[in-house]
Design a protein. Sequence first.
Length: 305
Amino acid sequence: MKMTSANLATGIFLFSQTAMGMIGNSSILFYYIILIFTGKHLMPKDQIIEHLTFANCLSIISKGIPQSLSDLGFKDFLDDIGCKLIMFIYRIVRGMSLYAMCLLSCFQAITISPRNSRWMMLKHRATKYIGPSCLVSWLLHLLLNITAPIKVTGPISRKNVTNMMSYGYCSWFTSNSVASTLYMFILCFCDGLCLSLMACSSVSMVNILYRHKRQVKHIHSAQHFLKVLPEDRATLIILILVCTFVISYFISSIRVILTTFSVGSVLWGVSLFIFLEICFPIFCPFVLICNIKCNFQMFLPCCCK
């Protein structure tokens, strides 16, 4: 890959954003590791965030770092096995991030639902299965993407290859066969199901918050010191994460479709697509830190001050 000033600037920018995302996600993982080793019991929402943050770390490692090194001019730093491995990891964590966000959104919608709602009956049952369901999801996405490494190979230097798309550090076999179309349909169906549940739970949360604010409007007007309730703050943060994730997911889906069905080696816009694609893993930890900053003060008092 020919090194240009544009590639260098893109590489520096992407590397800085990647480093920032790794610091943010690592901080949250470190926080939960301390909680576990100190014998603290993780809440159901914390268990979901733990899996989501771990998936974000792997997403940045498997996408952001290789593309940054490629833009900075490093060549052939990954062989065929390395390319297959990072692509396999990325496809797994991509699906896991979607599942974790869907689960987090649905659980928060159940949590803030009125006590007389039928959804509250699911809250106590859901807390028992959140941890096992996350582990099953890792296994399920591993099986769904088991064929992904077959289509990945090391960088191809030949320019006359028409059925390859190159990222500079790895290449992807493109195919328009019936099997590839069916495989994409299965993945899209699973992702569409999670997105539908996420959309329904988000609409439900907005509706609950709106009705709640109307009911306690007179209380809030009398108590000016009460700004935002903890439940409302957590819900708003999750809604922000959902919106950011959906945008990042659709950009990722566009890139996956182009990768699967495009013909020819295309390098234009790859770095831009990948940066927009990993915006969520980079942005997510800092939004979550704002939500758990009170707990962070126990372990990082100097930083919080």
